[in-house]
Design a protein around this ligand. Structure first.
Ligand SMILES: Cc1cc2nc3c(=O)[nH]c(=O)nc-3n(C[C@H](O)[C@H](O)[C@H](O)COP(=O)(O)O)c2cc1C
Length: 494
């Protein structure tokens, strides 16, 4: 019988839900999920810092294609780490026709993160991607599958084509993924291809098909995913607009409240009976970071909950310690303030931002930052009038964006999430003039409630504290005793 987790520790990019956090959660028999977003960049920066602790090296040593592993390591590893104050190296950006070295970096880095998260236990580990960051999808999923990932979860868009990609990769067949290209002519070929045979060294390895969970925001999207996806959808995560990270925009015309946040109304309410009627496992997300809400979700027929914010502040998460402490301090004082910014994200989706002086949420800091686009994960593909596909980001320098056919009004209030999210985990880029990219922390509306996990006199808490607390009204059994002793997922190594 399939055993599903009651708690999914939600994917939190970039690198907030890293291998350490996911391993800690999965060890307890719940589902730890690594963030797959920009893992290639994260890996390059860890290697540029000399791979403290040697964890990346351990992962690379376990990678099944040694020649590829060697190429990637040689290109990016800096023995002893980069000199103090030196910038991190940049890598070529993703594009429809990917460079081989970009694909290889994605495969290896996704493998390593999942491999490390799976070390020391037999339980499943998941990986999370944002549908909007399309170009790295196939190589990333392949890398994660090589490491035996148990679940792929995807939201921030409608990931209709991903189940088919997973099916193809599991069967070692070439996969195809249609890139969304704005302004593309009807019938224009925008597909990306990925053939495992082009990368594998030696015989094709056996790959287990991970389960696919779609993260959706409404009953309509839930139904669409189940009816129209290109392959099997194994379950749904229903995420409400109180959740950390990106939120789905409200249905209908966008209205803002006095503070400038999107207003959600009745049409955005989820119909739980309708969800149950779909007959697939589902998890509720957004404000479920407490024992009462978990019990409520289970009573409503949910398989469990997906929780992010509570885990983001645990000791194991990748959030930089100073940011963690500052925000935990706010939570304890009950002064944490979260703004649902309708403009910050170049994706156009509302994005939750913790208000913190000195961070990118601070208007002075935002004003002082010089626009630059050097990571490019959130660029959108567009077709020029001659059909050639280009890439632009509403947070890049305004003149560049406009020269690529973007509208100047689309650039207003946009923030470079790529650089900010790297800064959130202590891997900020340093610019030539010595300035350091500022962080912009995303958390859920429930930021202040995370103080509940701090034992008296303690300044920090662990992922296990969160899991125990969340299940305290739903299980009488101690959490550790529930750790599932399943068969190891067959790692695909040959
Ligand atoms: C710091 C942070 C980063 C997040 N990043 C992602 C992400 O990369 N992809 C994603 O699907 N959801 C992301 N989320 C949403 C979580 O996976 C989860 O669904 C959400 O946090 C649940 O609501 P809660 O914050 O109220 O617990 C993020 C949430 C947080 C707090």
């Amino acid at each position: 019988m399939v055993q599903f987790p009651k708690i999914i520790q939600g994917g939190m990019g970039v690198g907030v839900s890293n291998w350490r956090l996911s391993q800690a959660v999965s060890k307890l028999g719940q589902l730890g999920v690594v963030s797959g977003t920009a893992l290639d960049q994260l890996f390059v920066r860890r290697l540029a810092d000399g791979d403290p602790g040697g964890n990346m090296r351990r992962g690379v040593d376990a990678f099944p294609f040694p020649e590829m592993a060697r190429r990637v390591w040689q290109e990016y590893f800096v023995p002893g780490g980069r000199p103090a104050g030196a910038p991190y190296p940049t890598t070529p950006m993703h594009q429809r026709r990917e460079l081989r070295k970009v694909v290889e970096l994605c495969i290896v880095s996704n493998f390593v993160e999942v491999f490390l998260a799976r070390e020391g236990h037999k339980n499943d580990v998941g990986i999370n991607f944002l549908e909007k960051v399309q170009m790295p999808h196939m190589s990333s999923i392949y890398g994660a599958m090589l490491a035996g990932v148990g679940y792929v979860l995807m939201g921030a868009g409608i990931p209709l084509h991903i189940p088919g990609v997973i099916d193809a990769l599991a069967a070692q067949r070439p996969a195809e993924y249609k890139l969304s290209v704005s302004g593309a002519a009807q019938g224009q070929d925008t597909a990306m291809q990925f053939d495992p045979a082009d990368y594998v060294e030696g015989p094709l390895p056996f790959l287990k098909r991970p389960r696919f969970l779609a993260i959706v925001s409404s009953n309509t999207l839930a139904t669409t995913m189940l009816r129209r996806a290109s392959g099997r959808v194994d379950g749904l995560v229903l995420e409400t607009p109180t959740a950390g990270g990106h939120n789905a925009p409200p249905r209908g015309k966008l209205q803002l409240n006095a503070a400038g946040e999107p207003v959600y109304g009745e049409r955005d309410q989820v119909d739980l009976a309708g969800l149950r009627a779909l007959g697939v496992p589902f998890w509720l997300a957004g404000g479920y970071g407490n024992a009462e809400s978990v019990r409520y979700a289970l009573e409503q027929g949910a398989t469990g909950v997906q929780v992010g914010t509570a885990f983001a502040f645990s000791e194991e998460s990748g959030l930089a310690p100073d940011l963690k402490q500052k925000l935990l301090g706010q939570a304890v004082a009950g002064t944490g303030d979260v703004f649902t910014d309708p403009l910050a994200s170049p994706t156009g989706f509302p994005f939750k931002v913790a208000q913190m002086q000195g961070s990118y949420s601070d208007p002075e800091v935002a004003e002082a930052r010089t626009r630059v686009c050097d990571l490019g994960y959130l660029r959108e593909a567009y077709a020029a009038p001659d059909g050639v596909i280009g890439y632009r980001c509403a947070a890049e320098p305004v003149a560049n964006f406009v020269s690529k056919g973007g509208k100047v009004e689309e650039t207003v209030g946009r923030k470079c999430l790529c650089n900010a999210l790297m800064a959130n985990i202590g891997l900020a880029q340093i610019r030539k003039n010595g300035t350091v990219e500022p962080p912009l922390v995303t958390v859920g509306d429930d930021l202040n409630t995370v103080a509940q996990f701090l034992a008296p006199g303690r300044k920090s808490y662990t992922a296990a504290d969160v899991v125990k607390s969340l299940l305290s009204l739903s299980w009488s059994v101690p959490v550790e005793a529930e750790a599932l002793d399943r068969e190891p997922v067959l790692a695909a190594t040959v």
